[in-house]
Design a binder for this molecule. Sequence first.
Ligand code: WTA
Length: 652
Amino acid sequence: MSDPLTSPEARLFHPSNEFAAAAHVGSLDAYHKLHQRSLDDPEGFWGEVAAELTWSKPWDRVLNADNAPFFKWFEGGRTNITVNCLDRHIEAGQGDKTAILWEGEPGDTRELTYAELLQEVCRFANVLKGLGVGKGDSVAIYLPMIPELAVAVLACARIGAVHSVIFAGFSAESVRDRVLDASSKCVITADGSWRRGKELLLKNIVDDGVEGCDCVEQVLVIQRHLAKEPFAHNWTKGRDHWFHEEVARVSDECPAEDMDAEDMLFLLYTSGSTGKPKGIMHTVGGYMVYTYLTTKLTFDLKPNDVYWCTADIGWITGHSYIVYGPMANAATQVMYEGAPNFPDEARFWDIVEKYHVSIFYTAPTAIRAFMKWGDAFPQKHDLSSLRLLGTVGEPINPEAWMWYHRVIGGERCPIVDTWWQTETGGHMITSLPGAVPAKPGSATLPFPGVDAAVIDESGEEVERGLLAIRKPWPGMLRGIWGDEERFVNTYWCKWGGKYYFPGDGAIRDEDGYIWVTGRVDDVVNVSGHRIGTAELESVCVAHPAVAESAVIGVPHEIKGQGLVAFVIIRTGAEGEESSWRTELMAMVDEKIGKFARPEKIVFSVDLPKTRSGKIMRRLLRDIAEDRPLGNVTTLADPSIVEQIKVKYQERA
Ligand code: WTA
């Protein structure tokens, strides 16, 4: 990225007077007051927000920090998040309001009002109950972006089952790892799904994934397959059930399970610095309050908005900003199943025009792809319904920001650049669009209640350093499933247990604006998807011919970052580079998923190692980015880097 401290892009983009006048928070001064108040009196602030929602029993204490970092929010409070996402709106007379405007990739559509959505959720919940799923049980969900995905998630929450959504691009082995780690009792999937005109047979992947997993008692299959001929699949009697057959037998009423604020709502797996993904734990009360307020203020959501978040519910963005946050605010939203370039590169703009989308939330990687496809596609469509744009997932380069502002936003829409993580549950650093002027490439200022700072290893505030969150917030993760020690070590050890460490580097400029520069750990952000270099390394070394491997992230024009794998072949291994390369790619598809494929696999004789055997990835990054090589004197064999460089450039 360009350097914000010297970059000319550090100019300010103010919301229009009209936008600010109508906004929930309408001036910088109002933002500062709100933020200050939230930090001076977090319990008062969050208590008031929570009081806007429905609880069956009020909390005894807003925040319990006695046993940090095991914080508790709204202790003693009882509620059900689906009551706040559904029943509450119906009771307020909004049952006929459209909740979901869904469009399948082939062009089929469905519309659900809040009253209909509640019925669907209750039916689904009753199907799960009928299969023996109850409070505290773990349910894995492996579905495409069809309404049933949102319904399945809410149905679990309705009965207090813990959902673990697995993005439908993951391979069978990844499904297995997650199902086993969470001991999922039930897996919900579909027979198929559409992506760029092709059908993906998801049930077959689940069959492979759950084979031999004793924990799995039931597999519930939704019919999405559109072709006339049934697809070839296995059917395990007693275990597999068609959803449409089960749902015909159940009632459309299902009382909401009364949940403790700190009962678990869901697990969502994400990559870390080791080969094993972490099951991030979120609980009912704090996550509900946090996604409710962030959706309302960051998107300046109004009753008449048509909101569209293009993420997949398989990632945290879809959990917080398709399912829970928008629904807690009774939003009307668009949900789309397929690819942005099917049948052509104007599909998203066609959808914006057709449904009069007013708030559009997407990722920098998508924006860069749109830029590359050219202005003609958006220009063919009427985008005048848009009033606010958002981005998430990685730092946005100022060029992409400017393009988004000009071509999609017609220079009239504020852009909210939202920095947050699976672990944070919701937005942490973002502008409030009516109040905080934007600077292209900066996530700007912390959300109310968030004490974000840029500090050094000793905890001193600095201009360039590590991002830290110095106070707890309601949406924070409560742990890593089954690994308390890893939770404490990963997030809470850096500053003696005082602050949360997100793993990102950042710069703070003279206006206090925060510019997140990217991960400082061994996690690479490929198209907004977190992939641990260790995960890919363990795939590589599983190949019989491979002795060792080191994976790094490199800048990528569209994806933000791509992966490069350096691979050392065992002496005497039989075969040749081209076939090892093909085999390794196939192994990545099989063990993780196609989205984790490296850009390049470089076979080299050795890796740059210190005398104590530590791999110096920094030198590999220097090679990949064609920078002058840093200090090589600590290497056991300095000539190695030149040899790797030659090999790397051969693959250019
Ligand atoms: C990165 C996605 C800069 C960051 C919601 C973080 C960002 C990781 C931004 C979390 C942004 C996300 N600007 N970097 N606006 N948003 N990131 O868990 O490195 O999939 O730590 O959550 O994405 O990725 P995750």
